[in-house]
Design a protein around this ligand. Structure first.
Ligand SMILES: [Zn+2]
Length: 269
């Protein structure tokens, strides 16, 4: 059964089959998402994804799925956004140790399957390092899930024509917030951002074979003002957001089932 971790009493937690129950830990962020979307965009998306995952599993017939939903970790690694008003970031080592300590507590109580739901790309590198440490140090199975199926054709189809740079704080993320609460989005303040630093380079990109440690100042308006978002959020709608959230959740269902069924290889003698 899927339940919220924090809702269980100690007695109820003692009854949980902790070795075979997944703890899903949604990793949010508190950082600027442009002038139109809230600072808590990634936290809001994380909270919505948790609900959508439960629905998607139920649609798949998995009404008794062994998973506990951990509270959304509301602050993450947002170094690249720190110079924009309102962004709050942990330092990489602080974030690592925060997640390490949470994981170590869960391991102490016998949990063996932790699934980190990454709802902000900047958190991913720390989680990758951490997951390897947790596996080799504690012998548990740490998994990493990406919260947005941004390459899925149904998700790509939500992006307005000509909006080729859609990325952080753009149309897709803004739509997802609108699907949760339209009143949090101020579309009238939308501005479009393009990665001007990388439109004049052939090889150096924010990601890829030759990359630079990018900062969100690399994303500017057409007249050169740093705005730290990618793409044009002005076409965002709640309906699009619903499609993105639902599709992203459905895409994760097969992976969650494999995590449930995951067994380490038996040792050979
Ligand atoms: Zn975001």
């Amino acid at each position: 059964m899927i339940r919220n971790y924090q809702d269980l009493t100690r007695y109820e937690m003692e009854q949980v089959d902790r070795a075979n129950t997944i703890v899903l830990i949604p990793l949010g962020a508190l950082e600027q998402h442009g002038s139109q979307a809230p600072l808590g965009t990634d936290d809001i998306i994380a909270g919505a994804m948790v609900k959508e995952l439960e629905k998607a599993l139920a649609e798949d017939g998995e009404t008794d799925f062994p998973m506990l939903m951990f509270p959304v970790i509301p602050v993450g690694l947002s170094t690249e956004h720190r110079n924009f008003c309102g962004s709050v970031t942990l330092r990489p080592d602080t974030y690592y140790h925060l997640l390490y300590d949470i994981s170590a507590s869960l391991v102490r109580h016998g949990f063996k399957k932790l699934a980190f739901l990454v709802c902000h790309g900047g958190n991913a590198p720390v989680v990758q390092v951490l997951s390897r440490e947790l596996r080799s140090e504690f012998g548990i199975a740490p998994f990493i899930l990406s919260s947005g199926a941004f390459d899925h054709p149904d998700v790509k189809a939500t992006v307005s024509e000509g909006n080729i740079w859609d990325f952080h704080g753009g149309e897709m993320e803004t739509s997802m917030v609108m699907a949760v609460d339209e009143s949090l989005v101020k579309l009238e303040h939308s501005e479009a951002g393009i990665p001007t630093a990388f439109t004049r380079t052939k090889v150096v990109k924010p990601y890829g074979n030759v990359s630079i440690g990018w900062v969100s100042e690399d994303w500017k308006t057409a007249d050169g003002k740093p705005i730290g978002i990618g793409g044009d959020p002005s076409g965002a709608t709640a309906e699009k957001g619903k499609i993105i959230l639902q599709t992203s959740a459905r895409v994760l269902v097969p992976g969650l089932k494999e995590i449930r069924d995951w067994k380490e290889e038996p040792e050979k003698d």
